[in-house]
Design a protein around this ligand. Structure first.
Ligand code: 13P
Ligand code: 13P
Ligand code: MG
Ligand code: MG
Length: 364
């Protein structure tokens, strides 16, 4: 029997601005799921990354299941009521539609789901990032699945010698899913040409070409495409199965030591380095820096083990110091040039009005 992992994430309110949800808000979401999970949900875990709450479900209903999506939506609605009661900032921020309609995709929350036949042992890592957008995973995924400098398994493991298939989404196309399938290693230059543009092209899935099995499912929601204006950053989630015909856990984690610069940070309008942090970490400096958490599990018959917090290790303390240095360095130039996102990303915000007014004042 197949198992489905679904992670559904939303920002429904937080303390002190966009910093961290309250314990009681997390508890309200947990209570709702516990009371309403019925027979559908085999197991679940609730966690926060910055101001976002993610619910990781295991079940048998397949991807895009309406009842499961509705359960998550209703839990976030119940949480929003609690957030309002406490006067939390941005209560219900990511719930962009008034009511649930069949699939939570397109309603605001981010979704990553994968259905598979469980292997004899089934290790996977759940990623969540705050103060950034789905393109933040592009570089780490490219490096972990195509580059032997990070993934030694590409040299050492016969189970990986055929490489991987990337499914890349054009997130600017809003009428439907517009995607392309490209194979590594033959087409890595084409893959790189697309993934260079983190705001438009986003890895949504990766498959092993040896086993045909799916390794990666990532969320691709761009909130401004749904809302038509800036209401918060997309803050993507991702599931990555590891070991066997997939990279090892440590190979998947390896590229996060770069602290590469991503879009997001303050008001979703800046560039900042992605800092790997412990699960439950809040937000601080300049509403950032952009953060990513990674939590490893094994799943058997749908039952999840206890979590292992991948970035809770002395090695990553050193990385965090380096990333903080990178953040400080770029912040020194404030609004100038590369420190802020290009106008195409800002045009969903208040700057549009300002530019209109200024335009009228120009003389020729
Ligand atoms: P162990 O010998 O600890 O099982 O590790 C094997 C491995 O391949 C680690 O990447
Ligand atoms: P979130 O998308 O995490 O809510 O952050 C929004 C923001 O504007 C931070 O400055
Ligand atoms: Mg927020
Ligand atoms: Mg957030």
């Amino acid at each position: 029997m197949k198992t489905t992992l679904s992670v559904i994430k939303a920002d429904i309110g937080s303390i002190g601005g966009h910093l961290r949800p309250s314990e009681s808000l997390m508890e309200a979401v947990r209570e709702y799921i516990e009371a309403n999970k019925g027979k559908m949900v085999i197991d679940y875990r609730i966690s926060n990354t910055g101001d976002d709450i993610a619910i990781l479900f295991s079940h048998r209903e397949g991807v895009g299941n309406s009842a499961l999506h509705e359960l998550a939506w209703d839990a976030f609605v119940a949480g929003t009521a609690q957030a309002k009661k406490e006067g939390l900032y941005g209560a219900g921020q990511d719930l962009l539609k008034d009511s649930f309609s069949g699939n939570i995709k397109g309603l605001g929350p981010a979704v990553a789901e994968m259905e598979f036949e469980e292997r004899e042992n089934e290790p996977f890592i759940f990623f969540a990032a705050d103060k950034t957008d789905p393109g933040a995973y592009n570089l780490p995924l490219y490096l972990a699945f195509t580059d032997p400098m990070h993934c030694s398994g590409l040299i050492l493991s016969p189970k990986m010698s055929d490489g991987f298939k990337f499914v890349i989404m054009d997130v600017e196309y809003t009428e439907a899913d517009r995607y392309i399938e490209l194979n590594a290693p033959e087409e890595i230059y084409d893959i790189a040409a697309l993934l260079r543009d983190n705001e438009r092209f986003v890895v949504s899935k990766i498959y092993s070409r040896d086993s045909g099995e799916q390794a990666v499912a990532a969320s691709t929601t761009r909130l401004h495409n749904i809302a038509g204006k800036y209401i918060g950053k997309d803050d993507p989630v991702m599931l990555v199965r590891v070991q066997g015909s997939f990279p090892a856990a440590g190979e998947i984690l390896s590229p996060y030591n770069i602290g590469h610069y991503v879009a997001g940070f303050m008001r979703g309008s800046h560039t900042g380095p992605l800092m790997p942090v412990k699960t439950g970490c809040g937000i601080s400096f300049f509403d950032g820096p952009p953060i990513v958490t990674a939590t490893a599990f094994c799943v058997q018959n749908g039952i999840l083990t206890e979590p292992v917090d991948c970035f809770d290790h002395p090695y990553w303390d050193h990385v965090r110091t380096e990333v903080a240095r990178k953040a400080t360095e770029l912040r020194r130039q404030g609004f100038s040039g590369a420190a802020m996102l290009p106008y195409s990303e800002l045009e969903y915000g208040g700057i549009v009005e300002k530019m209109k007014k200024l335009d009228d004042k120009f003389k020729i």
